[in-house]
Design a protein around this ligand. Structure first.
Ligand SMILES: Nc1ncnc2c1ncn2[C@@H]1O[C@H](COP(=O)(O)OP(=O)(O)OP(=O)(O)O)[C@@H](O)[C@H]1O
Length: 292
């Protein structure tokens, strides 16, 4: 391998790891995994954080006794002000850090401190500028050892559902912000993990694109039966995407660890403009009151 190739490989690994914390990459049945993602009747949450207490230095507590669960096929949000500890929680849920107290469970299995069990998508799409969209999207499959031809054959049928038909051979710079985020989400989906964590996934997009992409995400998540936790400080992002919103409150920098101040259930009604409905505004008011 030449130095240049090593750089590209390294860049590729870093990019994939950031957008989807090393998850068990899908095998031959990856694209049929949708069936196992459909809402189940077992009553066991897809993702469960029980009584998480987290600290970066073992001394200062960032969040205390946080309990969150996401049912199979459900999209939930964790919303809180900047600095209240959302990313700290996300790292623990992804198994990248170990809590001072509490456990993280996936379908009832204790995965506390074990990375690689959930997919992970960040606000920045982190698409590699030097690779065509099809190859960016296929990255997790290729890094898992699948041949390029097989990986492309596996990813290609999903382009249409992800709103990317005709974009396979384009470069990331040729795509709009919304399309780039959809490509990043398709790449995350191809990691094949059961549960996806999304960190402010669409906040960086302009207002109109953001609304469209959020609506699209809600539809596609329901269709694929995705279990997802969206972490955000944007109340509109939370209300427009989630069926339940965990509201995190506190000021860890001032020595006041954050906690779950309340859980808001969003009554999702079929409407062209859900963002203008009474149900949407009622949920938004409730979240804002809990944020204080
Ligand atoms: N790597 C780190 N080492 C030490 N302290 C950290 C680290 N990352 C975050 N913190 C501290 O933990 C607290 C919570 O930070 P965190 O990034 O989890 O908040 P957040 O809610 O995600 O904020 P934002 O919405 O601005 O991203 C802050 O006081 C922050 O300074």
């Amino acid at each position: 391998m030449t130095a240049g190739e090593k750089n590209v490989a390294g860049e590729a690994r870093r990019s994939a790891a950031s957008s989807a914390a090393a998850s068990p990459l899908c095998g031959e049945d990856c694209l049929s995994a949708g069936s196992s993602r459909l809402p189940g009747g077992t009553g066991v949450p897809a993702l469960e954080a029980r009584g998480l207490t987290l600290s970066w230095d073992g001394e200062h507590i960032v969040v205390a006794d946080v309990t969150v669960d996401v049912a199979p096929g459900e999209v939930c949000c964790l919303v809180g002000r900047s600095g209240c500890g959302k990313t700290t929680i996300l790292h623990a849920l992804a198994g990248l850090t170990t809590p001072l107290a509490g456990r993280v469970l996936l379908h009832g299995e204790d995965v506390t401190g074990r990375p690689g069990r959930v997919s992970y998508m960040l606000q920045k799409d982190l698409l590699l500028p030097s690779r065509r969209i099809i190859d960016n999207v296929c990255l997790p499959l290729v890094l898992a050892g699948m041949g390029k031809v097989d990986a492309r054959a596996k990813a290609a049928p999903l382009f249409e559902r992800f709103g990317l038909a005709g974009c396979e051979q384009k470069w990331p710079s040729e795509l709009s912000g919304g399309m780039r985020q959809r490509a990043a989400f398709l790449r995350t989906y191809l990691m094949g993990a059961d549960v996806t964590l999304l960190d402010e996934p669409f906040s960086a997009l302009d207002a109109l694109t953001r609304t469209d992409v959020r609506r699209w995400f809600v539809d596609v998540a329901a269709e694929l039966g995705l279990s997802a936790l969206v972490i955000t400080h944007d109340v509109d992002e939370a209300v427009s995407m989630a069926s339940r919103i965990y509201v995190l409150a506190g000021a860890p920098a001032a020595g006041e660890p954050s906690h779950v101040a309340g859980i808001v259930t969003v009554e999702r009604v079929a409407s062209e403009n859900f963002e203008l409905t009474d149900q949407y505004l009622a949920a938004k008011r409730e979240v804002m009151a809990l944020l204080g």
